[in-house]
Design a protein around this ligand. Structure first.
Ligand code: CP
Length: 320
């Protein structure tokens, strides 16, 4: 098996072969999820704990469904009513849960690097469900699966990522994944929403959206991450929509068969026109949500196999 990872903390740790292994297994889970009976026993007997220190609809729901469909015992920790509110630290919370012998810990946290730190303190497999501006690996994997199914490949495509790049973990994980798979990446947005050192990423950068979209195969729109902004990055949402909101006129500059993506949650009329978002001939936004469950099933299945192999090897080691 080409997937060797102990945890899923970021795309930066995965090889192209490991990425392909996740996508190929996820294809099988897409089929399972479309059946009436969606159950598998890949995680039977295992315990999965979801800890979300930041709000989520798609990621939390799909990790919960994924674990249940794979036969795990799934527990959603309610951070709002937990002892975190009494001042317990992330590490103490993790050590407390670790003592209950979970097998998989799914964590979203507002601080970049928090999930990596937590992974170094526990015995189970840790999956990063988004940490600050750092990474959102399962989002990039589900985006890759969506692109591969819609465009027939995940190499040699021109992908335009548009909007608030500076604050986006989705953009960062996608940049790394699409780069590893040898795609041409264009970043589009106002200079105030480009990360420092963007020139070193090896992508083309545009502040003119029409120019950046020219001939693109994939148009990936991003939300303004207001919760990570501490100042005025745009003059107004109205002005932003005028220059960077995806509408039919701007989309006409992309390839005629370009697909439109958005990780959600969307702000209609800010970064995307509602009609484009709902256009079933162009938008694959609902496919992204569907692929999210399959990708999370594949990731947890692969990590569980590695965990079982590691525990088996340790048990044999203890006997000799
Ligand atoms: N795309 C994404 O992470 O959405 P949620 O914040 O709803 O999980």
């Amino acid at each position: 098996m080409s997937f060797r990872a102990r945890h899923l903390l970021g795309i930066e740790h995965l090889s192209p072969d490991e990425i392909r292994a996740v996508l190929d297994l996820a294809e099988r889970y897409v089929e399972l999820n479309r059946r009436t009976v969606k159950s598998s026993d890949a995680l039977a007997g295992m315990t999965q704990i979801n800890m979300f220190f930041e709000n989520s609809t798609r990621t939390q729901a799909s990790f919960e469904l994924a674990g249940k469909r794979l036969g795990a015992d799934v527990m959603n920790m309610s951070v709002a009513s937990s002892s975190v509110k009494k001042g317990e630290t992330l590490i103490d919370t993790a050590l407390t849960l670790n003592a209950m012998h979970p097998d998989l810990l799914v964590v979203r946290h507002p601080h970049s690097g928090a999930v990596n730190l937590l992974a170094s303190k526990v015995n189970c497999a840790v999956l990063n469900a988004g940490d600050g501006r750092h990474e959102h690996p399962t989002q990039a994997l589900l985006d890759a699966l969506t692109i591969r199914r819609a465009r027939g490949r995940i190499q040699r495509l021109t992908v335009a990522i548009c909007g608030d790049i500076a604050h986006s973990r989705v953009a960062r994980s996608n940049l790394i994944l699409l780069g590893k798979m040898e795609n041409r990446i264009r970043l589009i947005g106002p200079p105030t929403l480009m990360p420092a050192g963007v020139a070193e990423f090896g992508c083309e950068v545009f502040d003119d959206m029409r120019e950046g979209l020219r001939g693109a195969d994939v148009v990936m729109m991003l939300r303004l991450q207001k919760e990570r902004m501490d100042g005025g990055f745009i003059p107004s949402e109205r002005e932003y929509y005028h220059r960077y909101g995806l509408d039919a006129e701007k989309l006409a500059h992309a390839a005629p068969d370009a697909i439109v993506m958005h990780p959600g949650p969307m702000n209609r009329g800010v970064e995307i026109d509602g009609e484009i978002a709902d256009d079933i001939n162009r938008s694959v936004i609902q496919d992204q949500v569907e692929m999210g469950v399959a990708i999370r099933m594949a990731c947890m299945d692969l990590l569980a196999r590695n965990l079982r192999a590691e525990r088996g090897a340790r048990a044999i080691g203890a006997m000799v």
